[in-house]
Design a protein around this ligand. Sequence first.
Ligand SMILES: Cc1ncc(C[n+]2csc(CCOP(=O)(O)OP(=O)(O)O)c2C)c(N)n1
Length: 327
Amino acid sequence: MPPIKRTKFRLTSEQLLEMFYWLKLMRAFDLRLSTLVKQGKVRSGVYTGIGQEAIIVGTCFGLRGEDFICPLHRDLGSFLMKGVDARTMMSQMFAKTTGLSKGRDSALHSGVSELGIFGNTSMLGANLPVAAGLALTFKMEKVDSVVVAYFGEGASNVGDFHEALNFAGVQQLPVIFVCENNQYAYSVPLEKSMAIDDVADRAHGYGFDGVAINGNDVLAVYQATLGALARARAGDGPTLIECKTYRWHGHSEHDKAFYRTDEELAMWKSKDPITTFTTYLRTRTILDDAKAKEIEARIKTTIDEAVEYAMNAPDPDPSEAASDLYA
Ligand SMILES: Cc1ncc(C[n+]2csc(CCOP(=O)(O)OP(=O)(O)O)c2C)c(N)n1
């Protein structure tokens, strides 16, 4: 299997600003949710991806509508990028009828097949064989769509992960396995759950390439994804992209994360993917104060409206609890 190529790409200023917009929107969405949890206004468990935004933006930016994503608990931003309206997403978090699962589910397990979003289940790693199955469908139907499946480094220690990678490697499936390596699986640090440094190395055991990259660099993530997408669309099989990153908040909003040091958090905050990308844009004069203000105002309006909409939306009616069930 040839190693993944360093794909050349050129993005226009508008596209780079669009990436900036998504990064900032995701951060703002998660930060607002975090506040709403503290105010006791959100009914769902909230697992923010603050600090990890570059992974979602870099992997989703080059996707087509027909491509599928299999997001995780921390990946609410991927729903937004795939086309879910912020009001619907916020309603989902408030368990309202206007949410994706109409208030009958915790926030994390919804999907939208028309938008190419496959709903995750609680079992870590269990989304990966499903992603491989989805990719098998694409292969059998001879379409060049791709599946992007997200997982944490913790999930890469469960059997489902290994079965999915093995099957994808044997069948040469159009799937990209994206590891969001944020250093901790709940309170368990990497070195207590893995005897190797890079999750990416695990792909080699299944006959395809794995790359470990800086997950806080949105352009590096985008570049690696482009290479993996090209390979998958050409019928050359899967790729594992391990994105090294860090989650700024606890595992969920109720976790104070006492198992890590302030120094460690400060070190990773100094590698903030948004600050880094902002500097990149400003030094190239793609972003200035006026543009930044305009984007921030647009995001604030979007989030304010989404919260307002969700809070005022109707609660689900108990009589409808069993509708839309398969069995
Ligand atoms: C099979 C399984 N074991 C344990 C859990 C409980 N659990 C939920 S999230 C989590 C930590 C996940 O860590 P990781 O896979 O690295 O993803 P992260 O939360 O860091 O993004 C655990 C242990 C679960 N949901 N499924």
